[in-house]
Design a protein around this ligand. Structure first.
Ligand code: LLP
Length: 384
């Protein structure tokens, strides 16, 4: 959404900060995914609910036939409530509680992505107590680093996620020996905000290698879930507003070398929803510091924690002024020095009351909001 297209006259009566979602852009993004996987009957795309579980967004995505990727019982429930079919729901997470496992089994989800031998045994026991057989995939830690922020890399041996790939065959044999789990395949995820397709090539190479090992050991492979991780362009939200799905899916098509008929699942979060969301805020004060000028806005790290938590860049635009740019540190009101959106950034001259948009905030924005400092959770509005 170009700066001039934000309906600031409609924003006048609203309490800031709030999330504003461009649903037409979300729809175009979903169209782009559909086009990129057209003809690939064995590709199944899931949406990673953790990126944004706003019910309006979820319903929009569910209606397009995507599956859901969940990481908690709460997310499984949110997916089902929004209309995702239980047989399209996959559920990962290193620490699934008994209650969550029971809930997901009763809901009839399609897959538990199991992250340890200990979890496998607990799922088996709970499934037995319910007279069910749990469909499981084994999440493998592929020991592959992605070129992204250290806090959002998940596929390294040092990370808590998945089963060490050297132990895979033993855990797979265990899965096959248990009566109340049915082995269905392998699951991977190497990290988030990945823009270098070579990282996905490395993942595919690891998957090919493991598939070969299982074949030689006469163990079943099942289907493959490659996780999510495709990044977006945070610098240019107006010109590059849809992730490069073509290059992403083509990388897997070119590099994965799997037995005929192997289904491949994807779990995309950020690339589906990040571009369509902006956090809208008002300038409260402009303050001349000793060495710099601060634009103090009414949004903070409690609505969008990514800059404070990962030093993530989000473009900030003054929607109201149109006066020549000046240099500011754009900061929020929360009592933490890390409550800063941008330092030394050049934006249109700020005045009290100006509307400011913090762009590309549709993923891991609203879904990570907190009530720190007794701040209310942000509301959301939609361009339909
Ligand atoms: N599948 C699994 C197993 C995951 O752990 C994740 C994200 C995804 C899929 C979706 O990844 P995506 O396509 O969104 O990259 N809060 C951080 C990102 C954390 C990602 C956690 N896992 C951020 O704001 O950058």
């Amino acid at each position: 959404m170009l700066k001039g297209s934000f309906p600031i006259e409609k924003f006048q009566g609203l309490r800031t900060p709030f999330y504003y979602y461009d649903l037409p852009l979300l729809r175009r993004t979903l169209d782009a995914i559909e086009q990129a996987v057209a003809g690939e009957e064995l590709y199944k795309v899931h949406y990673a609910i953790k990126a944004n579980y706003n019910p309006v967004i979820l319903r929009e995505i569910a209606a397009r036939g995507l599956g859901a990727d969940c990481v908690s019982g709460g997310e499984v429930k949110a997916a089902l409530d929004a209309g995702f079919a239980p047989e399209s729901v996959v559920y990962a997470g290193v620490g699934k509680s008994d209650e969550e496992i029971r809930f997901a089994l009763n809901a009839g989800i399609s897959r538990f992505n199991v992250e340890s031998a200990a979890e496998l045994e607990v799922i088996n026991e709970i499934a037995a107590s319910l007279g069910k057989v749990a469909p499981v995939s084994l999440r493998v830690n592929p020991d592959i680093g992605a070129h992204t922020h250290a806090n959002i890399t998940t596929g390294l041996a040092e990370n808590k996620f998945g089963i060490n790939y050297e132990q895979l065959e033993d855990v797979l044999r265990l899965a096959m020996s248990l009566e109340n789990v049915a082995y269905k395949g392998l699951h991977f995820h190497i990290g988030s905000q990945i823009l270098d397709m070579m990282d996905f090539v490395a993942l595919c190479n690891r998957i090919n290698q493991l598939a070969g090992n299982l074949h030689r050991a006469r163990l079943p492979l099942g289907d493959i879930n490659v996780g999510g991780g495709l990044g977006i362009n945070y610098e240019h939200p107006n010109h590059l507003d849809i992730a490069d799905f073509k290059a992403y899916f083509a990388t897997f098509k070119r590099t994965l070398d799997l037995p005929e008929g192997t289904a491949v699942h994807f779990e995309l979060g950020r690339s589906i929803v990040a571009p369509c969301g902006s956090l809208i805020s008002r300038v409260l004060y402009v303050k001349e510091g000793t060495t710099k000028k601060f634009a103090i806005i009414d949004a903070s790290m409690t609505e969008l924690v990514r800059p404070a938590m990962y030093k993530a860049y989000h473009r900030v635009e003054n929607l109201s002024s149109g006066e020549p740019e000046e240099l500011y540190d754009v900061v929020g009101p929360v009592c933490e020095s890390s409550d800063v959106f941008l330092k030394n950034t050049s934006i249109d001259k700020c005045h009290r009351g100006d509307f400011v948009a913090i762009r590309s905030a549709g993923a891991y924005g609203e879904s990570m909001a907190s009530r720190y400092n007794c701040r209310p959770l942000p509301e959301s509005f939609f361009d339909v």
